[in-house]
Design a protein around this ligand. Structure first.
Ligand code: GCB
Length: 627
């Protein structure tokens, strides 16, 4: 099993999920490692039984899935919801089953063979040839396990993955089930209630990898950096896994620049230490240093037992003061977008063209940062943020912690585990300048205070180098959690959910709001993490009317005037809600999804996209000069 195995968790529809194993380093090819992808079109079957538990009672993992009944083709990675023209599958709640075959080269036999899933939403149980090899609790984060004892080196292997999307009071995000009886409903009828405003896409969402390492291997690499004049200081800690008997293996560490040249001046052989990079090229967001954004170095770790692992990193510092967010000691103003990961057909399935397009449009908008609202995004997306110099506020899947039952001990413990997995996964990324522990919890409730104090303290212990925030929908007067964070992040909808249609009230309300936060917490800068208006692309009305493109631009322009007043003071950024339209549950407030995108779901601009682009390019220009 992987190094990181976390304690027992929940009962979901009859199954005790008992072990959680977090994946750590991203699988990368090297002189000693080979990575194979198991992506493709797999067999798939949903368990529609009334109890949703027949599949476990009949051990669907113990024989080929097709022996249990009809299977259908399903792409991995993808969400299963939007592939078929089948409402029952789109809205399915419970266990779905995936199966594929793979081979393991026979010369991997004496090494460590690891199976890794980039994410499966929400619970997953994994079998190889009918032998259970791991379970994981929670979507959006990777998990892995050593599978040597389960694989067959001389023939085909059967990989079975069961995934359950049920959201309950203690999951992140939380949800609940309503069971409806009586003659008016079909028999055994139940529905999933969600406490968040996006579709609960499910399935195997990211890559499935099989990889091999030597028996003694690099298990973890942690890198933090500081800047000393023109030089960069790189502090590293290497953890080795596996046992090499009595004599500890030797390691050799070196730093390579982007062109592969070694820049460390002398051999470094300790598992922890500091190396100096003279005349370093620092990691900058693309709007602050347009000539060379996103500069990445590589720490090469060479273990005497044969393992070689390369970890990329950037040299930069980040700090929140009472009124600024500093990157490399220079004020950074976030020209941002809050995003979602979904798009047509694939749902939340990893998709390279979509990642590439999103970065093209982020830069077209002139945006220099995004928030991973409301869950961790794919590692492949985060790699691009690192390499293209786009700043990230890395958010956990803790969205919609609204009810008293969401603040219990099980929720708290799971929330801390999720923060551990998130920090573990993204700690070496220069693009990540801040952790967001939650979106819009009931931070006005008494229970929220001890709960978030604990989550935030835990996150700070995991990573003392980055500021921490969460996005609040509450007012300064009733929030109880902002006291624990470094940056105040607020989501605001004046002129939309309140005073609908009245753009003329926006400036007054927003100004008053900002001042009240400042009065209460004059030691923390403020970031606007959401403001936005639903807009149906192509709908026009002059003078403007809610839902038209004209209203979205009028509405945003009012916000921009207030942002410009406070930008020179303690406002450290603005993030429009949303980068693009996205899918939600069916509801009378949503027209086939949330339409607050400045882009359509196909990533084409509405009028507001052009407005934002003009603003961001202009503001970026002025902030270069001031920095
Ligand atoms: C919010 C939530 C976001 C919603 C948005 C909206 O405050 O954080 O998840 O989608 O409002 O459009 O209502």
């Amino acid at each position: 099993m992987a190094a990181e195995c976390l304690p027992p968790s929940l009962l979901i529809l009859g199954l005790a999920v008992s072990v959680v194993c977090a994946g750590s380093l991203y699988p990368r090819d090297s002189e000693s490692r080979v990575v194979k992808t198991l992506d493709g079109i797999w067999d798939f079957r949903a368990d529609y039984s009334n109890s949703r538990n027949d599949s476990f009672q009949h051990s669907w993992w113990s024989q080929p899935l097709s022996a249990s009944g009809d299977v259908m083709p399903m792409p991995v990675p993808s969400s299963y919801n939007d592939i078929y023209n089948d409402k029952a599958l789109r809205d399915f709640v419970g266990w779905v089953w995936y199966e594929t075959q793979f081979f393991v080269p026979s010369d991997w036999r004496d090494q460590r063979v690891v199976l890794r899933l980039g994410s499966a939403h929400y619970y997953a149980v994994v079998w190889v040839n009918g032998q259970e090899v791991m379970r994981h609790d929670g979507g959006h984060l990777p998990f892995e396990g050593e599978v040597n004892s389960a694989v067959n080196f001389n023939g085909p292997n059967r990989l079975t993955v069961a995934v359950n999307n049920t959201l309950l009071a203690t999951t992140l995000p939380p949800g609940s089930l309503s069971f409806h009886g009586g003659a008016k409903y079909p028999p055994h009828y139940f529905v999933q209630n969600v406490q968040m405003d996006f579709f609960n896409y499910a399935g195997i969402h990211r890559h499935v990898h099989l990889y091999v390492t030597p028996r003694v291997y690099v298990d973890d690499v942690t890198i933090t950096t500081s800047i000393n004049g023109n030089n960069g200081e790189v502090n590293y800690t290497i953890t080795l896994g596996g046992s090499s008997g009595d004599s500890p293996p030797g390691v050799e560490i070196s730093v390579e620049d982007r062109d592969g040249n070694t820049v460390t001046s002398h051999p470094v052989t300790s598992l922890t230490g500091t190396v100096e990079v003279n005349n370093a090229r620092f990691w900058w967001p693309w709007t602050m240093k347009p000539s060379d954004p996103g500069y990445m170095y590589t720490l090469k770790v060479n273990v005497s037992t044969g393992d070689v692992y390369r970890q990329m990193f950037g040299i930069r510092t980040v700090q929140a003061t009472d009124s600024q967010l500093l990157i490399n000691s220079k004020p950074f103003y976030c020209l941002g977008v809050a995003k979602h990961e979904d798009a047509d057909i694939r749902g939340k399935g990893l998709d390279y063209p979509l990642i590439a397009r999103d970065f093209v449009m982020i830069k077209w908008l002139g945006a220099n940062c995004f928030r991973t609202s409301h869950y961790p995004y794919s590692e492949e997306m985060m790699d691009q943020a690192d390499q293209q110099g786009v700043v990230v506020i890395d958010e956990s899947p803790a969205v919609g912690i609204k009810k008293a039952e969401n603040f219990g001990a099980v929720s708290l413990s799971h929330h801390k585990d999720v923060m551990t997995e998130l920090v573990q996964r993204d700690k070496n990324r220069p693009s990540v300048v801040m952790w967001s522990v939650a979106n819009e919890p009931s931070s006005n409730m008494q229970q929220a205070e001890p709960y978030f104090k604990d989550v935030i303290q835990h996150t700070r212990q995991l990573d003392p180098t980055r500021p921490i925030t969460f996005a609040t929908m509450h007012a300064a007067s009733d929030d109880r959690v902002v006291q624990f964070v470094d940056v105040i992040s607020i989501n605001r909808y004046y002129g939309w959910y309140t005073d609908t249609g009245h753009t003329e009230v926006i400036q007054g309300h927003l100004s008053d709001d900002l001042k009240s936060w400042r009065n209460k917490h004059h030691d923390k800068p403020i970031l606007i993490t959401e403001y936005g208006a639903d807009t149906i692309a192509g709908m026009h009305e002059e003078p403007s009317f809610v839902f038209t493109e004209e209203y979205q631009t009028d509405f945003m322009s009012e916000y921009h005037k207030t942002f410009d007043t406070y930008r020179a003071q303690y406002l450290v950024g603005e993030m429009v809600w949303n980068f693009a339209d996205f899918m939600t549950v069916e509801g009378v407030r949503r027209v086939v999804g949330n339409r607050k995108g400045v882009l359509t779901r196909q990533r084409q601009p509405k009028a507001a996209g052009h407005l934002l682009r003009a603003r961001y390019l202009k503001v970026a220009n002025t902030t270069w000069h001031t920095t």
